[in-house]
Design a protein around this ligand. Structure first.
Ligand code: F6P
Length: 400
């Protein structure tokens, strides 16, 4: 009888999930494993959960989302870990590959104490892994999980949205506040520097309306149009999320962020009355950051990470994580023991990785040189921005 292994995808989807599934299915086929795909994340391994034999031909690695569908099911809160393990054993599954971010992995690490589990990370937020060791010189090769599959595509979506918005912002001298995802971490927001965001506001630094207003005032005086990119998860000095809708909690107890761009626009209109109120706009990018096809780099890394997880199960690794390492020559998937990748707090919850603040220049609301160094293998050098009108070879006359 062939060895049977299982896979599931949990949490918010990304564009690279099917690519990870493809890597898993291809390697499983090569090694003669039967692969069972559980549907809708952790829900799929509970009573009533659905599953099917997953083969490589069923999966299109260039198509976003996840063929297996996803959910934010919290087996710990439901007290259903034992039921899940019994069901996996009943189906003769000898090893499980959960693909997920911090929440899915929080459940997975609890399960891994009793069941063979190898993880592949995914999250557009890029908050699973460990930052490079402290010090002035940043050694990117020492980052645990240089990026999470799904992040490069979502970051590229933000970059092109901001780059495109620049044209209409210029035409109408608008001040556009763009809201990017990333519940607690500023990685996605920081990438907007490649779209020439004027000001970048990340959740790791408390939001200070007066300071931001002053920065907008300066940029507006320089060029006329201003694009501010803010992370949905920014907090004020009291550590409170800035949300417009009534607070909603997900299955893991997180308050769902949303709407801070609208709050900021109102606050800025009050502080900057010399700029016409109609110039201000808030724009929530929402799921446009998480949908559609993966970028080739994201897709290929995700395929490799998936394949590595199956290799680990074949080699008898009990609890590991397939991560991405940055090397001198590029990017390589690397298998690491669980405890090296996922630090947990006293309650067992996986600790999220914040944006490394060496990558951010909080004074200027901009990416720092170390940040550009982080992004270089993903997006190359920072593209040059067009000159402001008064610095171009155009002489403008005035009717008197
Ligand atoms: O964790 C990934 C993420 O995309 C966050 O950036 C965002 O806050 C959240 O998921 C949105 O969750 P939902 O899928 O429940 O709308």
């Amino acid at each position: 009888m062939p060895k049977k292994i299982g896979v599931l995808t949990g949490g918010g989807d990304t564009s690279a999930l099917n690519a990870t599934l493809k890597g898993i299915a291809l390697k499983a086929e090569e090694l003669g494993f039967e692969l069972v795909g559980f549907m809708e994340g952790w829900k799929g391994v509970l009573k009533g959960g659905r599953y099917f034999t997953l083969t490589p031909d069923q999966i299109d690695e260039n198509y976003g989302g996840t063929l297996l569908k996803s959910s934010r099911t919290n087996l710990i809160a439901m007290n259903k870990l034992d039921e899940a393990i019994q069901n996996l054993k009943k189906l003769d599954i000898s090893g499980l590959i959960p693909i997920g971010g911090d929440d899915t992995l929080t459940v997975g690490t609890a399960l891994s104490e009793q069941f063979t589990t190898v993880f592949v990370t995914k999250t557009i937020d890029n908050d699973v892994g460990i930052n490079p060791p402290e010090g002035d010189a940043v050694d990117y090769s020492k980052m645990v999980n240089y990026f999470c599959p799904g992040f490069p595509t979502a970051a590229s979506r933000i970059i092109s949205a901001v780059r495109d918005l620049r044209t209409t912002a210029y035409s109408h001298d608008r001040v556009i506040v763009v809201e990017a995802m990333g519940r607690d971490a500023g990685w996605l927001t920081l990438a907007a520097a490649y779209g020439h965001a004027d000001l970048i506001v990340v959740p790791e630094v408390p939001y200070q309306p007066d300071r931001l207003a002053e920065a907008i005032r300066e940029k507006h005086a320089e060029r006329g149009d201003v694009i501010v990119v803010v992370s949905e998860g920014i907090r004020n000095d009291d550590g409170e999320l800035m949300i417009t809708s009534r607070a909603e909690l997900d299955a893991f107890g997180h308050t769902k962020p949303g709407g801070c761009s609208e709050i900021i626009v109102e606050a800025m209109k009050k502080r900057l009355p010399h700029i016409s109120g109609s110039a201000f706009r808030a724009l929530i990018l929402g799921y446009l950051q998480r949908c559609g096809s993966p970028t080739p780099l994201d897709r290929d890394s995700a395929i490799k990470a998936g394949s590595l997880a199956v290799r680990a199960l074949a080699d008898g690794m009990v609890n590991g994580v397939a991560t991405i390492t940055r090397t001198d020559t590029g990017i390589a998937p690397t298998l690491l023991p669980l405890e090296q990748v996922l630090k947990r707090d006293a309650t067992g919850r996986v600790i999220r990785r914040s944006l490394d603040l060496r990558f951010y220049d909080a004074e200027r609301y901009q990416m720092s040189a170390a940040g550009a160094g982080y992004f270089r293998p993903l997006f190359g050098d920072l593209p040059r921005r067009s000159l402001p009108l008064d610095e171009r070879d155009i002489s403008i006359c005035e009717i008197v």
